[in-house]
Design a protein around this ligand. Sequence first.
Ligand code: C2E
Ligand code: MG
Ligand code: MG
Ligand code: MG
Length: 273
Amino acid sequence: IIKEKQRNYYNLFDSSISENFRIMLTMESELRKALKNGQFELYYQPQKNLIDNEVVGLEALIRWNHPDRGYISPNKFIPLAEKTGLIIDIGDWVLMEACRQNKEWQDKGFRPMTVSVNLSAKQFYQRNLLEKVECALQETGLEPRYLELEITESMAMANEEEILKTLHDLRKLGVLVSIDDFGTGYSSLKYLSIFPISKLKIDKMFLNGLQRENQAIVRSIIHMSHALNMKVIAEGVETIEQLNFLTNEKCDEMQGYYVSKPLPADKLMEFLV
Ligand code: C2E
Ligand code: MG
Ligand code: MG
Ligand code: MG
């Protein structure tokens, strides 16, 4: 009986593995098609300077406009794209498209803004990342100081020498690098003080309700950023109370639903005028 049970258990196990594998393969081929057929779109979320209340930056956030399933959130497909390596091709597209769009807005006469592009770990560790960034800037004509690359704490704090070289190369090129979701990962304060990082992005979890503990954390991140000559932006700002708190604490910038959700390019332009 035990043997029989074991066999069934393993069969079950096998079939569920192959089922998951099948779903993954389907989605992978769909992702490939999506890239080829132009089903990806960038949305842009405005980032405001808290001193003069001007839009100084835009975060590019990818959306998958699926023919049957509608808009799919990046949280649902970026992890798979990472696993399969497709993130490289998708990331190349995002980088180029964000630079192109930002340059187009500048050419239309909008006040120059930075565009931030989220990098996945695989992208950041590519040996030819620098060439790809240079190529995107050259092809689109966007000045380096209007491009920001967002990486996460875990990406920045691992494998120090190579990372440090990549970050220095990017700085030499003139593009900005920020740390996304700051406070949710493992940062080494030593690296933070050495690495050429332009900006910390305080994760939205610390804005939640802004209880006393979170207030203390946000305040500390703001002070630390300034002490280390970095700018600081708060993500996920949804209320006037949060905004007032951040302004009082001399946070540099904010983004969040209070100002605007991420918008498609045409809607963003309406927002700006
Ligand atoms: P993220 O980089 O931390 O982006 C911020 C996320 O918070 C976005 O979700 C944005 O829509 C959402 N958000 C903005 N303001 C608020 C707010 O006030 N309240 C709340 N509750 N949420 C807010 P989204 O667009 O679904 O993106 C999720 C994540 O997917 C991003 O987190 C980023 O890590 C990743 N992602 C998005 N686009 C790309 C991309 O082009 N490449 C890569 N590698 N990852 C991307
Ligand atoms: Mg981000
Ligand atoms: Mg992120
Ligand atoms: Mg974030």
